[in-house]
Design a protein around this ligand. Sequence first.
Ligand code: BGC
Length: 465
Amino acid sequence: MSTAIHKLGRTHARFTFFVCFMAALAGLLFGLDIGVIAGALPFLSTDLHINNQQQEWVVSSMMLGAALGALASCWMSAQLGRKFSLLTGAVLFIVGSLWSALSPNVESLIIARILLGLAVGIASYTAPIYLSEIAPEKIRGSMISMYQLMITIGILAAYLSDTAFSYSGSWRWMLGIITIPAILLFIGVLFLPGSPRWLAAHGRYYEAQKVLSMLRSSNEQVHKELEEIRESLKIKQSGWALFKDNSNFRRAVFLGVLLQVMQQFTGMNVIMYYAPKIFGIAGFTSTANQMWGTVIVGFVNVLATFIAIGLVDRWGRKPTLKLGLLVMAGGMGVLGTLLHLGVDTEFQRYFTIIMLMLFIVGFAMSAGPLIWVLCSEIQPLKGRDFGITVSTATNWIANMIVGATFLTMLETLGNANTFWVYSALNVIFIILTISLIPETKNVSLEHIERNLMTGKPLREIGAQD
Ligand code: BGC
């Protein structure tokens, strides 16, 4: 009997793992699509004869699509279901990848990138929500950081595959190969169960119970969770109405927007999208050097994410964020100074790259995962969907602005000034973190909500009273 129960427990655990893995695969695709353009851009620009402005549009059209996708998926995942949204995302990933690989000209490529963006936007909103609704309570916290880890692994995988194809210069293969994981995502999602919370919200309690009994190891647990879902559903989502009527909620939405603007204007994606170009500026002129340098950037990004996973719950969000921003300000500042003085010797060249890596460590250990964690913690239950959609869409709009202005900044301000601007922004963000960002470590979401709604200053909404 006890072995039978043990076996049953193992089957549940395996199924839960499969479900979480599939949803996290959406994170992987998010990363693949962010990363792939860095290596493909130099080749496709030559091949399609496009100028800097057009390059910026090739990069940033995806973010425009992603902002729209994030906004649309709030409605879609509430009305048609998380699973339906993920399937739609997977189809768009497939179509967008194939289309971009086959694009005859820059206009067609930009349309394909918007489609891919819609897919990324849907994935970036739906997958974390699905994960948090399906994961057992004990591992729910680490899930979001894991999701970020999958994004960074996706970026690294894209850099590696770009490098492999760079020897033949085949940008079409770089973009097209992503169709394979996209097809895997589509097939995997077909086998995913619906989210129990979504099913229950649509009155389908029997199905919700069936799903939960596939995912949890005891009947008691299933009933307990179903009861909790029933309780929490008594609070109806009414984000827009709350936004209009309640200034405290407006503060939470503002905080979510600020957090995402901060994440993007650290300048991280300047490196994610234009790494080979930056290596070129630093004096590494051969394509192989630039491509392998970019792979190292991706690798450092993955590794440093583990620092965050270890620190968020122990050291707290705020100190980690402050340290990360300081490291980023320093990295960008010194990088700008080196470019100002001129990078001539071998030593100077490598020092420039070390500063670039330092910046990546600063981001990955802090703002990368932490901003997503904070954004999911600060919204009151009633306005959660609304608050998270607004902050996710902000992430993509800010991302687009950064992607769409970098080359122009280099052209008009010069290399050194461009990096100094990002360094200065990181300094401003340290001040904003000190004055506005709350510490939410070890505080229940209900407690944060109470503090927010009774009007405590934003930086104190995580206080234990
Ligand atoms: C950000 C992305 C960024 C990625 C880098 C994510 O948290 O939202 O914009 O490219 O981290 O690892």
